[in-house]
Write a protein that binds this ligand. Structure first.
Ligand SMILES: Cc1cc2nc3c(=O)[nH]c(=O)nc-3n(C[C@H](O)[C@H](O)[C@H](O)COP(=O)(O)OP(=O)(O)OC[C@H]3O[C@@H](n4cnc5c(N)ncnc54)[C@H](O)[C@@H]3O)c2cc1C
Length: 521
């Protein structure tokens, strides 16, 4: 049961953050309660728990004091950055939300290739600033609007540029972290005298697993106030676009190469990916199929339905397709990369297609995805506005994903497609990208489940995939789970122990994760 914010606590929050930076007004709290987020349509509701108050801190010290007040009055806390995902809202009673938008500082260190960001600066802003200096940060697939701190410390961290700029879990150089007890923990080089902000986890054992594990603790283990992240080269000039949203007109990126590639079978696709990764020539990679492409190409549900009925995207991309982008430091280097690329694609039976194949829109979508990570969200949300992953959604090696996990979710969707209720372009609607030129890949299988939408896909498509993946001991929800129930219980016990060590008073609104991803790294 939620209760009202105690008057004394309200006064103390105001003293810490300033009168205008605390609210218990019902109208304001309502705006912190609604979200149309990932998986929410499948659960049948779009309203979360209402917080009992919202506080906007502006410094580390204010955050620390706010957590102390929460402890004193038995309140819970939940922090959020730009609040793009439902776990950023309250998920239990008596929650005070920390809206971190006033913690908006960003610093680019050009000499040593790193940035320091507070909670709020969107990744896309950091990118534009870094590009001016010939550098770029990693952008997660969530888009340029999302906070880079959030994806590095508290949630996931992968995206199409992961092939070149790694995933944010591995880009963290140092971190400033306020534990639920109010204690400030500094990880990495900031706690190493004289080291500056630019060496990994610093001396001693790494706490990165405890900080975020596989996919982050979604504010269940404290509040992160600053993070230092690696930067990577950008061969310029900075991205510029004009015209009207959503398609804009991008300026050409010199010494770059952008193509679609289609393979006929998962086996050929896997082989092509292994070889392209090992060749270390790709700067952006993204797999979609017809459903996501149709969502990106159309601007209304009617347009979507018309395109679906016309069937031309399904004919072309029904078995999935990749976008590859290469951006080289010189013309000579680009020529070399293109030669290697074309040979690998041809050796593995792939077909190269021009991104202009469906006109300027399809070109802009490919380029803006590659450079700015702009289109994933739109692809995920049209036309039901609710995207839920069809399981297993695995983060594993390429064989595991393409030869085992993907066939499971494709078959699960096929079973339900037969019921003629499906509102997308077929059984394969898989999104994927490889990391760090390596053998590691992440697959998500978009499913348009919304219990309010009669034409939406039924939840069973996700459930069947989940049951089959679990019965085969496969990675699920981006984590590799222990194969047997007995091992799973041990795993949960360790996770619970870590959680009670970090949050002995239980004041974190942990979105029900109970630290479940600490060990699944
Ligand atoms: C459409 C869509 C597509 C997505 N695609 C991808 C993807 O391709 N790859 C990927 O990695 N992720 C993806 N995500 C998830 C994404 O990682 C997170 O949404 C991202 O980190 C959001 O940034 P944000 O600023 O909106 O964070 P928020 O939504 O504000 O927060 C995300 C989580 O982190 C916690 N948090 C935020 N700030 C802090 C802080 N300072 N201290 C402690 N906890 C904090 C929040 O409580 C919340 O649980 C996607 C999300 C959406 C909605």
């Amino acid at each position: 049961m939620s209760r009202k914010m105690p008057d004394e606590a309200y006064e103390e929050f105001k003293q810490v953050a300033g009168e205008n930076n605390v609210s218990i007004e019902p109208e304001v709290l309502e705006t912190y309660t609604y979200m149309n987020g990932l998986a929410q349509g499948a659960m049948g509701f779009h309203w979360n728990r209402k917080p009992i108050g919202v506080v906007l801190p502006s410094t580390l010290e204010e955050v620390r004091k706010i957590l102390e007040i929460c402890t004193r009055y038995g309140l819970k806390f939940k922090a959020h950055s730009t609040a793009w995902v439902i776990m950023a809202l309250a998920t239990s009673g008596n929650v005070v939300l920390l809206d971190m938008r006033r913690m908006n500082n960003l610093e680019i260190n050009e000499r040593d290739f790193f940035l320091i960001t507070e909670s709020y600066p969107p990744a896309g802003v950091a990118q534009i600033e870094a590009m001016k200096k010939g550098l770029q940060p990693h952008l997660v697939g969530a888009g340029p609007n999302a906070s880079n701190l959030a994806s590095a410390t508290s949630m996931q961290g992968t995206g199409g540029t992961s092939v070149r700029t790694s995933m944010n879990e591995r880009n963290v150089l140092a971190v400033e972290w306020v534990l639920p007890t109010g204690e400030v923990l500094k990880l990495g080089s900031i706690n190493t005298p004289g080291a500056g902000w630019f060496c990994g986890d610093g001396p001693g054992p790494s706490l990165r697993g405890m900080m975020r594990g596989a996919v982050g603790q979604v504010s269940g283990n404290g509040v992160f106030t600053k993070v230092a992240l690696k930067l990577y080269p950008w061969y310029g000039p900075e991205y510029k676009g004009g015209g009207e949203p959503p398609f804009f007109n991008s300026e050409e990126v010199p010494n770059s190469y952008l193509k679609y590639v289609l393979w006929d079978s998962f086996d050929d696709e896997a082989e092509g990916l292994y070889r392209l990764g090992e060749a270390e020539i790709i700067d952006y990679n993204n797999r979609w199929a017809a459903g996501a492409f149709t969502s990106a190409m159309t601007t209304s549900n009617q347009e979507y339905l018309d395109a679906e009925a016309a069937g031309k995207y399904k004919e072309m991309f029904g078995k999935g397709f990749w976008t590859f982008f290469m951006h080289a430091p010189s013309e000579r280097s680009l020529k070399h990369r293109i030669k290697v690329f074309e040979k690998i694609v041809s050796d593995t039976g792939g077909e190269i297609a021009d991104p202009m194949i469906f006109g300027k829109r399809s070109y802009e979508i490919a380029l803006q995805n590659a450079v700015r990570a702009i289109w994933i969200a739109k692809a995920a949300y049209m036309p039901t506005s609710a995207n839920t992953g069809s399981m297993p959604m695995t983060y594993e090696n390429i064989d595991q994903c393409f030869k085992y996990a993907l066939p499971i979710s494709v078959n699960a969707k096929k079973e339900y497609a037969n019921q003629d209720k499906i509102l997308n372009e077929g059984a394969d609607n898989c999104y994927a990208c490889i990391d760090e030129d390596g053998h590691y890949i992440h697959i998500e299988h978009a499913c348009l489940i919304d219990t309010w939408e009669p034409k939406g896909e039924p939840g069973g498509a996700a459930m069947v995939g989940m049951a089959k993946a679990l019965s085969k001991g496969m990675g699920l929800l981006y984590m590799s789970w222990p194969g047997s129930l007995k091992d799973f219980i041990v795993y949960l016990q360790y996770s619970a122990q870590i959680q009670s060590m970090i949050d002995p008073n239980g004041i974190a609104d942990s979105s029900g994760t109970m630290g479940a991803s600490y060990l699944a790294t």
